[in-house]
Design a protein around this ligand. Structure first.
Ligand code: UDP
Length: 358
């Protein structure tokens, strides 16, 4: 069986690494995976480092498409992917998450009558202003196999009338966290390298368009981080898009003592997550990793797709309000109560492989 996997952005490399490892681990070698990198994320610290650290095979096709508006980027990807699929003639196209690369691959596959499998199906923020929400709804609608990470995702699909081909497999990011938690402790010296103390700093990321593209929200977020940095170290591995906007708008001063660093390798990021006092983020993956490593999280969004983290008391949703962000970080504590595992048993990648094999 031949599968074309389409990835393009940082979180997709991480998720695809888990499934790709399962495919390569299949003793019978039943699947040939052809990896396509659209080029959406291209900086070496947003792309190449993940292929190296996570042992992902080099892409068979690199489309080198990045930048431009959503329409231009998605359109160029769609055109290029059609050519790749015509050439490769796969049995399945496999996509992850909710980026423009996901959308383009989904459209290319369905129009060429190639069955599509979507990992992270059924997630919803119910906020159609988010480009990610549009991408995931379209991808789900045209998928043959919908791999849901959570029961909530299954119910979201049911509410939209989708039950056929829907499988609750668990979250591949949880698989990843189990695989890398000890490895990161052993192989990354990020805590010492940054001069930090165990449990004595805030780790923060910010890249969602709803925050970066809204000057009022961004100023409020940067102001909150600057205020917190007066009290304890705040480390911000800055996403290229956020870095550019901060520079263009001349907002760097607001950050005060925040330690702004380049995007971290995956090992360093996991290592810093594990020992942070609080994680402050608008990232989907980082919210969940904080939960996996039992670190309280403050989420700078108005809603989350990962509602389990909030329900279990590990995550607070505070929007972009400066006062709420600061107060939530100051008050963040691990919740009492038994450990819950809403993201599966760590074998999502295997379950996905088995379903693909039919
Ligand atoms: N990540 C990383 N280095 C960084 C920031 C994030 O390795 O400097 C990882 C993080 O650990 C998580 C993933 O990137 O696994 C999340 O990606 P991102 O926040 O870009 O996207 P989202 O999860 O919001 O779709």
């Amino acid at each position: 069986m031949k599968i074309v996997t389409v990835v393009g952005a940082r979180p997709q490399f991480i998720k695809a690494a888990a499934v790709s490892r399962a495919i390569r681990g299949d003793a019978a070698g039943r699947v040939q995976e052809v990896l396509v990198h659209t080029g959406q994320h291209y900086d070496s610290n947003m792309s190449a480092v993940f292929f190296e650290e996570l042992g992902i095979p080099a892409p068979a096709h690199h489309l080198e498409i990045s930048g431009g508006g959503h329409g231009a980027m998605t359109g160029r990807m769609l055109q290029a992917l059609e050519a790749v699929l015509a050439d490769e003639k796969p049995d399945w196209v496999l996509v992850y998450g909710d980026t423009n690369s996901t959308l383009a691959a989904a459209l290319a596959a369905v129009k060429m009558h190639i069955p599509l499998a979507h990992v992270e199906a059924g997630l919803r923020s119910f906020n159609m202003r988010m480009p990610e929400e549009v991408n995931r709804i379209v991808a789900d609608r045209v998928s043959t196999l919908l791999f849901c990470p959570t029961q909530v995702a299954v119910e979201n699909l049911r509410n939209e009338g989708m039950t056929h081909g829907v499988h609750l497999v668990g979250d591949v990011m949880f698989d990843v966290s189990l695989y890398y938690r000890d490895l990161a402790r052993r192989s990354s010296d990020a805590v010492q390298r940054f001069g930090l103390e165990e449990g004595g700093y805030v780790l923060t990321t910010c890249h969602r368009a709803e925050n970066t593209d809204d000057p009022v929200r961004l100023a409020s977020i940067l102001g909150a981080l600057g205020e917190l940095a007066e009290e304890l170290p705040v480390v911000l591995p800055v996403h290229p898009r956020t870095r550019n906007i901060i520079r263009e708008r001349g907002m760097a001063d607001v950050l005060g003592k925040v330690r702004v660093v380049d995007p971290l390798s995956f090992m360093d990021m996991v290592r810093l997550e594990q020992s942070a006092r609080v994680v402050v983020t608008d990232s989907g993956g980082v919210q969940k990793e904080a939960f996996f490593y039992q670190v309280p999280c403050v989420t700078m969004r108005d809603e989350t797709e990962w509602t389990e983290t909030v329900d279990l008391g590990w995550n607070q949703l505070v929007g972009a309000d400066r006062g709420r962000i600061v107060a939530a970080v100051r008050g963040a504590r691990p919740p009492a109560g038994p450990e819950a595992r809403p993201y599966g048993d760590g074998a999502a990648s295997q379950a996905i492989l088995q379903k693909l094999l039919g």
